[in-house]
Design a protein around this ligand. Structure first.
Ligand code: IPM
Ligand code: MG
Length: 367
């Protein structure tokens, strides 16, 4: 049997340094748990533009289509701000999502006990929080046509189009219902059916799909009210399903409930491949943080947790995913803190690689 394959795309900014810690973890699972991966590495984002004049080379795209899972760090940086829109670092990421057809983006927002003081919200609002946002990732206003900046009379007009087909809504709804079945059997769908036809259709289709899942308690909320409820009492939610743009906003909001963007992973999943595994890309929710890049300040946990999601969703290694998550919980409970986690209550400051090493030590202790 051949080993499962991973394509690693560290990207820009802090991407390479957090990914270096993930490489240590991958090697640990190979050496200590017999989970050996064929790992290859390539460029995405600004670094790909610097080398090839494009944020994602066709060869890299082809490799991504070919592997069992892609792990991505982060893309972007101020030196690329003035590039033409078509070659901006973000276009590389969006091309991967679109061409791999990764329509279902899972963004868990989980509050680690050791960090419940760290949220900007009161401790009882966030302690024990464990919600999952399912964001539609390959359609909506991110990709809808027509789009562009056009001349209209003597002024310019910027146009983007929110567009959803029934099948696009149904497939992401189904993935959210499936997840809800494995969790607390509660799903809240968010749109703006009060102002947008695409929202009306969204609500109708989610309701129809819901008939296949009588055990799941389905509710609907306007996305603005959803944002308000997420800050008021986030624990009322289990799984949330929403479109591409609202999901972008709501997942950043949910992330910050947990105290730090540096903690949150994501999985972007598509249809099953011939081997039964879903097309998949795993990445931290945080960005490339160019202001702290290369200084050993970045928190590698979001990227490491993204690998844990890969173990769970691509490789059916739920127990090892849990082992890795528990190791992270342990180092946090021991008080180890990267700079982003250093609150008034203090802790033991560690660098990016110090955090990675501590997680390895906790994994060793778990054997
Ligand atoms: C995200 C990011 C991306 C998005 C950017 C980098 C294109 O904000 O993954 O949430 O808008 O989807
Ligand atoms: Mg975002």
């Amino acid at each position: 049997m051949t080993n499962p394959s991973l394509l690693i795309l560290p990207g820009d900014g802090i991407g390479p340094e957090v990914m270096a810690e993930v490489r240590k973890i991958i090697d640990w699972f190979g050496a200590k748990r017999g989970l050996v991966f064929d790992v290859s590495e390539d460029l995405v984002g600004g670094c790909a533009y610097d080398k090839h004049g494009t944020p994602l080379h066709d060869d890299t795209m082809a490799k991504a289509q070919d592997v069992d899972a892609v792990l991505l760090g982060a893309v972007g940086g101020p030196q690329y701000d003035n590039l033409d829109f078509s070659v901006k670092p973000e276009r590389g990421l969006l091309r991967l999502r679109k061409e791999m057809d990764l329509f279902s983006n899972l963004r868990p927002a989980q509050c680690f006990d050791a960090l419940s003081d760290f949220s900007s919200l009161k401790k009882d609002v966030v302690a024990g929080l464990d919600i999952m946002i399912v964001r539609e990732l390959t359609s909506g206003v991110y990709f809808g046509e027509p789009r562009g900046i056009f001349k209209e009379g003597n002024e310019r007009v910027g146009i983007n189009t929110q567009r959803y087909t029934e099948s696009e809504i149904a497939r992401v709804a189904r993935s959210a219902f499936d997840l809800a079945m494995k969790r607390g059997k509660k799903l809240c769908s968010m749109e703006k059916a009060n102002v947008m036809e695409s929202g009306i259709l969204w609500r109708e289709v989610v309701t129809e799909v819901g008939r296949e899942y009588p055990e799941v308690e389905l509710s609907h909320m306007y996305a603005d009210a959803g944002a308000m409820q997420l800050t008021r009492w986030p624990k009322q939610f289990d799984v949330i399903v929403t479109d591409n743009l609202f999901g972008d906003l709501l997942s950043d909001l949910a992330a910050m409930l947990t105290g730090s963007l540096g903690m949150l992973p994501s999985a972007s999943l598509g249809a099953p491949m011939a081997n039964g595994r879903p097309k998949a890309l795993y990445e931290p929710v945080h960005g490339s943080a160019p202001d702290i890049a290369g200084q050993g300040k970045a928190n590698p946990i979001a990227c490491i947790l993204s690998f844990a999601m890969a173990l769970r969703y691509s490789f059916d290694q739920g127990d090892d995913a849990t082992r890795l998550e528990a190791a992270i919980e342990k180092v946090l409970a021991d008080g180890l803190r990267t700079a982003d986690l250093m609150g008034p209550e203090g802790g033991t400051p560690v660098s990016t690689s110090g955090m990675g090493d501590a997680i390895i030590a906790a994994l060793d202790a778990s054997l």
